[in-house]
Design a protein around this ligand. Structure first.
Ligand code: GLC
Length: 746
């Protein structure tokens, strides 16, 4: 079912319906008055306890920290708990806390709800591949509804780290390599999670992470060093963070990495000067897991006391799991190394969030067993997950239109992930059920295909060198018209602490494909993976390749519906796919250099910025994705070939569906600033629109830009546009050559 606007409106209705309950609560004092009065009664120990977060016994998301969180709650030492889920568990802990809290200050429950709480949507990189802000907002909205109904107040999402290095496992959690796309999706997620009023019962605090530039870890190795110019930091990595502040995000999380020698968790420039100063952020900052303690191995703190002082002075409000604030902040205060004002500011920010959620009025307002049961896995949520999964599918190759399949064909489905229900919902899948609940590809196929015409054989494992099943799988493929191989990575081969130095298909999966290739039948490769992979051999030897990411609870159904043409794939790559890992980092909005290599036709083949063993071009570029139909671009028009700083440029292009299927196309707008006081990227995404076109239909797609869209940090680090020549590119991928030009004048 195409997720119609109606369905979205229905979902919106259900929000409003619930929202009323929250709005009816009367407030006798303003937040400022209430929190000021409360803090006036609090001891310094009680204030420090608000800055303390420990992990419960739920999901494990970091190294053991050797603290008994139950004991600490009973001592009234805790302000927040992460990794406790479900109404029963959270209510139990909340009661334990309130029974031991002199001033009845409620606990705040946080959890990593990245792409769904129970109903799991595609991983964030897959959601990014939809290039559909409504779809991404819908995913966050559904996640918030299930999370809030389960007693949890706060998600540690959106993860907005821009990254250009697929060796880094956490690319799976973000929106890819592009700042503009990252900004749009970050805003959509914050609005999806937080709704319009945090007092509403179906909204949760969002948390923009990891601040900042965590995705630029050297060599793609998690937690590794980050070093970059302030210009690159501000132009490429910070905009999605700032956009969430403007969207009203309630919390931020610091990153593990250093930036140019200063760890983010002790980085006053980042936290106080930029975030709380320049951007005016009035929420609170939590560290990542034990990140204050890690200032010692970073080498900027001589011991835990020093680490806590650095963090508080830099602007960290809450200590995740590290127990540094709990154990040492009072001592630092007594020794005059931190001030009560710093502690008060952190405490106030945290109490403000609890007030906004209505927890002081009723600490158990999120703890309703009946609501939890009614909310989890609602049919409209599962349908929404299927819709977003369908939108996330990226068709990378389709030689001779081997796809879509038809039900009369005999199809041999093979591969280690063909019947998989565990990996298909990806990493960071919160409380999502895997075995017995998630729809595998096999189960999805059985929903749509003719059962007599399909077979399923694993053939190989993902990593094990076990060839014992290959013969049987090849045998069942021998009688088929088409072979579909469902392959990829284990879900835990991406996500945190999952960097890979090789990004090939792991194990002997390629060897198995080579065996299948000997049958001389069309082969379709379906990929379940959390990062761009190096697929040169597969691109050469497969007839079709469908990038499915980890598509979530209904993922197998989305893959099946796509393979059989019920869904026409419309996804576009949010990250470049390299030819080989030696090209990394490789991204579309690169600089031109003084010796740009023009490819095989370049008259100068030696003294150019290139490799001797591989072309500079990627295997698949950013923004690329095919459809079962074809789209034609024509009549690119500019409202003028000259604009100034007070008017705008209107850009229009006609897009025609020239194929045999209804479909959707992501029309992308790129701009090139030809000359600047500093070097500029060869092109930058400045707009996109996903348009539905019936076969034979033509639509005019319009964009409007102003000089504000052309701003960058110039030679003096002023964020300005500079007069000069620009080029406009429009098309269905960053590789488009459909262009025109204009001049910006004073
Ligand atoms: C982890 C992750 C972070 C997560 C946090 C809490 O180490 O880096 O993304 O939100 O700890 O689980």
């Amino acid at each position: 079912m195409k997720y119609t606007k109606t369905a979205l409106l229905l979902l919106a209705f259900s929000l409003t319906a619930y929202a009323q309950k929250g709005k009816n609560a009367k407030k006798t004092q303003t937040r400022e008055e209430f929190v000021t009065e409360l803090m006036g009664k609090m001891t310094i120990d009680e204030k420090i306890s608000q800055l303390v977060q420990f992990t419960a016994d739920g999901t494990v998301t970091g190294p053991k920290a050797g603290v008994n969180y139950i004991d600490e709650i009973k001592k009234g030492n805790v302000g927040s708990i992460l990794n406790a889920t479900g109404v029963k568990y959270t209510r139990e802990l909340q009661k334990m806390n309130l029974d031991n809290s002199r001033l009845k200050i409620p606990l705040l429950f946080g959890y990593d709800v990245i792409h769904g709480y129970k109903t799991i949507f595609p991983i964030s990189l897959g959601e990014a591949a939809t290039w559909d802000t409504d779809a991404v907002a819908l995913s966050a909205r559904v996640a918030a509804e299930e999370t809030a109904a389960s007693g949890v107040h706060w998600t540690f999402a959106p993860m907005v780290d821009i990254t250009r290095d697929p060796r880094w496992g956490r690319v799976s959690e973000g929106s890819g390599e592009d700042t503009y796309l990252g900004v749009q999706l970050a805003i959509a997620r914050v609005k999806g999670f937080q709704g319009t009023n945090l007092n509403d019962l179906n909204t949760i605090l969002a948390c923009t992470k990891h601040f900042a530039a965590y995705g630029a870890a050297e060599a793609g190795r998690d937690y590794n060093t980050v070093d970059m110019s302030e210009r690159v930091l501000r132009e490429t990595y910070l905009p999605p963070f700032q956009a969430t502040v403007d969207a009203g995000v309630a919390t931020f999380m610091t990153s593990f990495n250093e930036i140019a020698g200063v760890p983010a968790t002790a980085n006053k420039f980042l936290l106080r000067d930029v975030l709380k100063g320049e951007w005016g952020f009035d929420g609170f900052v939590v560290t990542d897991y034990t990140a204050i303690n890690e200032l010692i191995p970073h080498g900027v703190a001589k011991d835990s006391v020093h680490a806590g002082e650095l963090a508080l002075k830099a602007g960290v409000d809450m200590d995740m799991v590290g127990a540094v604030y709990l154990k040492f902040l009072k001592k630092s205060l007594q020794e005059g190394n931190v001030t009560e004002a710093q502690i008060n500011d952190a405490c106030r920010r945290i109490l403000n969030a609890k007030y906004d959620l209505g927890l002081f009025e009723d600490p158990y307002r999120y703890s309703d067993d009946k609501r939890e049961k009614q909310t989890i896995y609602k049919k409209e949520y599962l349908d929404a997950a299927l819709h977003v999964a369908n939108e996330s599918m990226v068709l990378l190759k389709n030689e001779n239109s081997v796809l879509p399949l038809n039900k009369n064909q005999k199809v041999a489905f093979v591969g280690p992930l063909v019947s998989d229900e565990w990996n298909i919902i990806g990493s960071w899948a919160a409380t999502g059920d895997r075995y017995g609940y998630a729809t595998s590809v096999e189960e999805g196929i059985m929903e749509v295909a003719n059962k007599k015409n399909v077979s399923f054989d694993k053939g190989v494992e993902i990593l094990k060198d076990d060839r014992s099943m290959i013969a049987k799988a090849v045998e069942s493929a021998r009688n088929a018209d088409v072979i579909v191989a469902v392959m990829g990575e284990f879900e835990n081969m991406t996500g945190e602490a999952a960097s890979r130095s090789s990004i090939d298909l792991p194990g002997i999966q390629k060897e198995f494909l080579a065996e299948l290739k000997k049958l001389n039948k069309p082969i379709v490769l379906v990929l379940l993976n959390g990062r761009p992979l190096t697929l040169e051999w597969e691109n050469e030897n497969m007839d079709a390749i469908l990038e499915a990411w980890y598509p979530g609870t209904r993922g197998g159904a989305a893959i099946a519906q796509t393979l059989y043409g019920i869904n026409n794939p419309s996804g576009k790559l949010p990250m470049t796919f390299p030819r080989n890992v030696g090209q990394v980092p490789i991204y579309y909005n690169h600089k031109n250099t003084g010796r740009p290599y023009l490819g095989p036709t370049d008259p100068e083949q030696k003294y150019k910025s290139r490799y001797t063993d591989v072309d500079n071009s990627p295997l698949y570029p950013f923004g690329y994705g095919l459809s079962y139909t074809t789209f034609d671009y024509s009549n690119l028009k500019l409202s003028s070939n000259q604009i100034n700083f007070n008017n705008t440029l209107k850009i229009s292009v006609e897009v025609s569906n020239t194929g045999n299927y209804d479909g959707e196309e992501v029309v992308q707008l790129y701009i090139k600033d030809k000359v600047g006081t500093v070097t500029r990227p060869v092109k930058e995404l400045k707009g996109f629109k996903k348009v539905a076109l019936k076969k034979g239909e033509k639509k005019t797609v319009e964009f409007e830009i102003s000089s504000n869209d052309l701003r960058f940090y110039n030679i003096d680090m002023d964020f300005v546009a500079e007069p000069g020549d620009f080029e406009v590119f429009v098309g269905g991928s960053s590789a488009t050559e459909t262009k025109d030009k204009f001049v910006l004048v004073r």
